[in-house]
Design a binder for this molecule. Structure first.
Ligand code: NDP
Ligand code: 2IT
Length: 447
């Protein structure tokens, strides 16, 4: 790395000790944006990146609630209000035992650049809790969501900060939090996205992240005269993003052969067709079961316990589970097996070593801030519909989603092309995301 990048990253590490995930996200941006700043005087000497890595506000709070046995439970709650230069803070809420400040700061930092890429007026934020939804009853989930929102409601609003879903937070949790917010503030607004269709939710929002990931991959493949048709697709995860990435990949002619969860992955050589995916959705969204339950109905499939799906030969890989789920060895295996395209559906699923392998092999690689932006983009469209007090059809929303993903791809090509036909989508996404936020920060003064 150059001296300026080294110095910047060392300073951030010193100011934010023991935050490895946050530092990882900052380093990837710094390696591409600092050289850009060094070539563009208008961005020099303004401490823009130094300000961007410092959250505008961080809320940490206690969440106390009562479980079904009458026992008092206590969890940590957070909301990171990272950057509001181009719009109200916007970003998901993650409920997972691994949640801590480092993970939420990485997610909030990524969100700033991702939301900028969508071209919609949304700043960046993220929040959540170390609450583990697994094994909790529906009523315990409701009680936790109500306790969490009782504190969070002080800090959010339709024109201030608009949370949504992420790992462990789906439509059910958003609904319970929305109900509590409305009770406390006596306001019916677009304060959360991912709401139910009958109370302001947008059609296509559940599908949007997974669909958008595939739309972005489609755009990348098209630059090489390729498509999903006839391709073998490996997907990780089996939650919201993975389910709909698998659905859209199949609809475009791909054969999806894996899905995973934290206990391992299933491999179905015949391909996960519409009926099989519907069963996965029943397992995960209705019964809150394990992906290994897939074999109860489809015994010809394999369940590989404790492993990740990257050992399966494929043409296209869609990591849709969690951060750092795909390392350097996994990347080497994918490339050696002939994989031509990786589009991140999750946030920062590839380690720096994996990204390096993909870039060395010059395969099509899309960072999550670009390829998984369909979710937050459709959240932005939900906010637009709420402001208009109108609801658009599925086709209207899906068409707008496609246009947004096409625009993000174009922006990455504009800033990431090397002039010899290769596009560094990491560089393109980071610089394209940086420019809009930086211009707004320059115009708004030192605040
Ligand atoms: N929801 C959204 O709108 C968006 C989400 N994302 C990102 O996509 C990814 C998935 O989110 P989403 O689908 O919403 O979440 P879900 O909770 O619906 O699904 C998460 C999936 O990832 C698996 N997973 C979680 N942690 C681990 C782990 N440590 N090791 C292996 N597997 C794990 C889960 O398995 P298990 O059930 O066993 O925990 C589950 O299959 C996350 O990185 C999220 O930040 C990005 C953009 C938008
Ligand atoms: N979890 C999300 C979606 C955030 C949102 O829809 O506000 C993400 O972009 O990582």
């Amino acid at each position: 790395m150059s001296q300026s990048i080294d110095a910047f990253v060392e300073a951030v590490a010193k100011n934010n000790p023991n935050e490895p995930e946050f530092l990882q996200a900052v380093q990837e941006v710094a390696e591409t944006v600092i050289p850009f700043i060094e070539k563009n005087p208008k961005y020099q000497g303004k401490m823009l990146l130094e300000r961007m890595v410092e959250p505008e506000r961080v809320m940490m709070f206690r969440v106390a609630w009562i479980d079904d046995k009458g026992q008092t439970q206590v969890n940590k709650g957070y909301r990171i209000q990272m950057n509001s230069a181009i719009g109200p803070y916007k970003g998901g809420l993650r409920f997972h035992p691994s949640v801590n400040l480092s993970i939420l700061k990485f997610l909030a930092f990524e969100q700033v650049f991702k939301n900028s890429l969508t071209t919609l007026p949304m700043g960046g934020g993220k929040g959540g809790s170390n609450f583990d939804p697994k094994g909790k009853s529906d009523v315990e989930i409701m009680r936790f969501c109500q306790a969490f929102m009782t504190e969070l409601a002080r800090h959010i609003g339709a024109d201030t900060d608009v949370p949504a879903g992420d790992i462990g937070v789906g439509g059910r949790e958003v609904g319970y939090m929305f109900g509590q917010y409305k009770k406390l503030r006596n306001e019916f607004t677009g304060v959360l996205t991912g709401k139910g269709i009958t109370f302001g939710g947008s059609l296509i929002r559940p599908e949007a992240t997974g669909y958008g990931d595939v739309y972005f991959a489609y755009n990348m493949l098209k630059t090489k005269g390729q498509s999903f048709d006839g391709k073998t697709v490996v997907v990780s995860g089996s939650g919201n993003v993975a389910q709909y990435a698998a659905e859209k990949a199949r609809q475009l002619g791909g054969k999806v052969v894996t899905l995973s969860d934290s206990s391992g992955y299933i491999y179905d050589a015949e391909g996960i067709d519409e009926e099989k995916l519907a069963y996965v959705m029943e397992i995960k969204n209705v019964n809150y079961g394990r992906i290994s339950d897939y074999l109860k109905k489809y015994p010809n499939a394999k369940f590989v316990e404790g492993k990740r799906p990257w050992e399966v030969k494929c043409d296209i890989a869609l990591p849709c589970a969690t951060q750092n789920e795909l390392n350097g060895d996994d990347a080497k295996t994918l490339v050696a097996n002939g994989c031509i395209c990786v589009a991140e559906g999750a946030n920062m699923p590839s380690t720096p070593e994996a990204v390096l392998e993909f870039q060395k092999a010059k395969i099509l690689f899309a960072p999550g801030k670009a390829s998984n932006a369909g979710g937050v983009a459709t959240s932005g469209l939900e906010m637009s519909q709420n402001s208009l007090r109108l609801s658009w059809s599925s086709e209207e929303v899906d068409d707008r989603l496609k246009v947004i993903m096409n625009n993000i791809h174009q922006a990455c090509v504009q800033y990431g092309s090397d002039g010899n036909g290769y596009v560094d989508y990491v560089k393109g996404a980071n610089i394209a995301g940086f420019v809009k936020v930086a211009d707004a920060m320059l115009a708004q003064g030192v605040v």
